[in-house]
Design a protein around this ligand. Structure first.
Ligand SMILES: [Fe+2]
Length: 207
């Protein structure tokens, strides 16, 4: 067995101009797929062959194997990101909505903070809404870095802020990409599901 490229949970043209089919062709079909291929090549014939993706990420981090960490973490990050998107506009509901109000004051304040984090993050990386204990927090991580390897960072929602996520549709206008997705393309049902602390498992896979 080896890691595989997960199917998108919607059709490539489901988001119209918000995220074009061409972006999915490159972002999912080329970039994400390349991370899968490079991770498989790196673990083949090693002690990590057959290990779960989350185990490969943690092991690469503890061994200081930056190349394997980058590729395996990007497999997981993208697998999680696709699930954070919904072609049907949603709003946070129930327990999630209540926790957002407790932690940020209101949904709008949370979205403003998330937008500021995502647009202000320097260079490549990922913006995150995470659960830490009973609180929700917004942060960002550089390059391929991932909540998978941090205690106290239970992943709820992410936006990819690498240029390859938005350049075809928004060129260099990262704020427009962030605005558009936060406004009409977030799968808040998936985000709410991750309040159970099992978010890592939802983008994990067996090796
Ligand atoms: Fe990406």
């Amino acid at each position: 067995m080896a890691f595989s490229l997960p199917d998108l949970p919607y059709s490539k043209d489901a988001f119209g101009e918000t995220i074009s089919a061409e972006t999915f062709d490159y972002h999912h079909g080329k970039h994400h797929n390349a991370y899968v291929t490079k991770t498989n090549d790196a673990v083949e014939g090693t002690d990590l062959a057959g290990a779960k993706l989350s185990e490969v990420i943690a092991s690469a981090k503890s061994q200081g194997n930056q190349g394997l960490f980058n590729n395996s973490a990007q497999v997981w990050n993208h697998s999680f990101y696709w699930q954070c998107l919904s072609p049907e506009p949603q709003i946070p509901q129930g327990k999630l909505a209540a926790m957002i109000e407790d932690s940020f004051g209101s949904k709008d304040e949370m979205l403003e903070k998330f937008k500021a984090e995502a647009t202000g993050h320097f260079a490549s990386g990922w913006a995150w809404l995470i659960k830490n204990g009973d609180n929700l927090e917004i942060t960002s991580l550089h390059d391929a870095d991932t909540p998978v390897v941090y205690d106290g960072m239970q992943p709820l929602l992410t936006l990819d802020v690498w240029e390859h996520a938005y350049y075809l549709d928004y060129q260099n206008a990262r704020p427009d990409y962030v605005d558009a997705l936060l406004d009409k393309a977030i799968n808040w049902e998936f985000v709410a599901k991750n309040l159970d602390g099992e978010g890592v498992s939802r983008a994990d896979q067996d090796g």
